[in-house]
Design a protein. Structure first.
Length: 230
């Protein structure tokens, strides 16, 4: 940390009771306080309060059951955009189903030590929700054509769609519906599989819901696309 120049000592300095370490520590504290003041002023200028800057933004409160239903609705929209009405559900893939997890770190400067850890701690009671299923008997060619159809159709519906191309030319999609922080990921897999997964942003569980150490809690049954063959 850069320190400003110190004032030259008087010819006959008074004893202060501070040794070299004490003076250095005081200068560090003053410099750190000045840095906090400048950062807080910049934050205020950007419309962020000093309290938010120090404590971090609070995660929104959301019912995980409602979030799971919304994610399922998004995956049903993607299923329609894929245009694969003859494809069947892969029952083995359903072991993934709906899940919750604790992957929501602390934010704000007051939690800087937690953020710098190799495995940052997750905020208690704050979780993410995910939902996943897959289609079977979708050949590689049919799957890639379906992804191209979905990319075009979802963009037409104002989704934000990012296409990633692998070294072998395979395309996968990451799509975000308008006005939402949900992400839907679609890609083909070996053995003629095409998987659709959705995940939410971090949200605090309402009071009264019991959450496990890893963010796990009970959710209602997964809602799959209508008419999906098994």
């Amino acid at each position: 940390m850069r320190q400003g120049p110190s004032s030259p000592p008087a010819h006959h300095p008074r004893p202060t009771g501070l040794g070299h370490k004490g003076r250095k520590g005081r200068r560090l504290r003053v410099t750190f306080a000045a840095a906090l003041t400048v950062a807080a002023a910049l934050s205020l200028g950007a419309g962020v309060t000093a309290r938010q800057w120090w404590d971090g933004e609070s995660y929104p409160v959301a019912d995980p059951s409602v979030t799971a239903d919304r994610l399922d609705a998004r995956t049903r929209e993607v299923y329609t955009a894929l245009g694969l009405p003859e494809a069947a559900l892969d029952d083995q893939w359903l072991r993934q189903g709906r899940r919750t997890g604790a992957d929501c770190p602390y934010t704000g400067l007051s939690h800087l030590a937690d953020q710098l850890k190799d495995t940052p701690a997750s905020v208690p009671g704050v979780i993410t929700v995910s939902s996943e299923w897959a289609l079977k008997d979708v050949t590689h060619g049919a799957g890639q054509a379906a992804l191209r159809r979905a990319r075009t159709e979802l963009r037409r519906q104002d989704w934000k769609v990012t296409a990633s191309t692998a070294v072998n030319g395979d395309v996968s999609l990451l799509a975000t519906p308008p006005g939402s922080d949900a992400n839907v990921y679609v890609r083909t897999y070996p053995h003629d599989r095409l998987a659709v997964s959705a995940s939410s942003g971090c949200a605090r569980v309402p009071e009264g819901r019991s959450v496990g150490e890893r963010g796990e809690l009970d959710l209602p049954p997964q809602r799959l696309p209508d008419g999906l063959r098994r």
